[in-house]
Design a protein around this ligand. Structure first.
Ligand code: SF4
Length: 301
């Protein structure tokens, strides 16, 4: 029974001195048992602050890796080791090394949705919440942005800085199409539209606001927002609804589901706390190199 599972998770969390972090795209019941919910930036900041010995990361592999990069002395658990991110896998360290040879003067800005090996080859990391700030802070005239072409395009337009863009994308966000937004606006004419910068540019062009999931949480709380069409992974609606009683949140597309985010269940969280597996640990040689762009990012925000 779910209530027994939750009770056992709470007990083990105490006895193991563990903290549970959950991304905004996690199943509602997993978000509800977490100590902290947020986007990748908030969760990586939380990971640096925690006094817990064990971090149970309810998210995908690169997020657990980032927590491990920042906390080598802690045990980081990812309740389902197969929860990966297809976008992160769209560039390898070898491909990035090759591209750097082609663009020897370029500063490499890497979206946090990337493997530790790719971060280790990068100058700066950024998230969807701070990408504009990070790119604005870079003096270099030439920038290579990897792996998300759409986030890169959005940041490039916002900062006015042309960038070389790696052709990666999020398979979940590209399912949101302009016609979905147009249809939803017809159905809910008074609603505002917020979309994630991983969406296609023709979707972004139809939005009132472009925001990371933490930005969406703030936007949804505004007094002038009563009804909101939300262009990102559908599960964000769980948190928005819970935190804003009386307001209406409509997913832009019900197809925008990240199957990897859904791999984590309450049962797997419990199992992970019981067995202290599966652990995500970044090899030290990669970790120390990957830490540099992550710390540069955290200094800017
Ligand atoms: S929503 Fe997209 S970017 Fe985020 S984990 Fe899933 S596939 Fe990766």
């Amino acid at each position: 029974m779910a209530s027994n599972t939750i009770k056992r998770i709470q007990e083990l969390k105490k006895s193991r001195n563990a903290v549970i972090l959950a991304h905004n795209y996690q199943r509602g019941e997993v978000q509800d048992i977490a100590d902290f919910r947020g986007d990748s930036l908030e969760l990586s900041q939380q990971a640096t602050r925690t006094k817990a010995d064990i971090i149970v990361f309810c998210g995908v592999h690169f997020m657990a890796e980032t927590a491990s990069i920042l906390n080598p002395q802690k045990k980081v658990l990812l309740p389902d080791a197969s929860a990966g991110c297809p976008m992160a896998d769209m560039i390898t360290a070898e491909q990035l090394r090759q591209k750097k040879k082609e663009l020897p003067g370029a500063t490499v800005v890497t979206y946090v949705n990337s493997t530790a090996e790719v971060k280790a080859e990068s100058d700066y990391c950024c998230t969807s919440a701070n990408g504009v700030k990070v790119v604005n802070a870079i003096k270099s005239k030439e920038i290579l942005f990897v792996p998300d072409q759409y986030l890169g395009d959005y940041i490039s337009k916002k900062t006015g800085k042309p960038m070389h863009l790696w052709p990666g994308y999020c398979p979940t966000h590209v399912k949101i199409l302009p016609e979905n937004i147009i249809q939803r606006k017809k159905e809910h004419p008074k609603a505002k539209v917020v979309v994630h910068p991983e969406c296609r540019p023709d979707v972004i062009a139809l939005a009132d606001e472009v925001a990371s999931t933490s930005g969406m949480v703030r936007y949804a709380a505004r007094d002038d927002v009563k009804e909101l069409i939300v262009g990102t992974e559908v599960e964000i609606v769980h948190r928005l609804t819970k935190e804003n009683p009386g307001k209406k949140f409509i997913p832009a597309s019900n197809k925008a589901i990240c199957p990897n985010m859904k791999k984590i269940t309450l049962e797997k969280v419990l199992d992970s706390l019981e067995t202290l597996t599966p652990e995500v640990r970044v090899p030290e040689e990669i970790r120390v190199r990957a830490l540099i762009p992550v710390e540069r990012m955290l200094e800017i925000v």
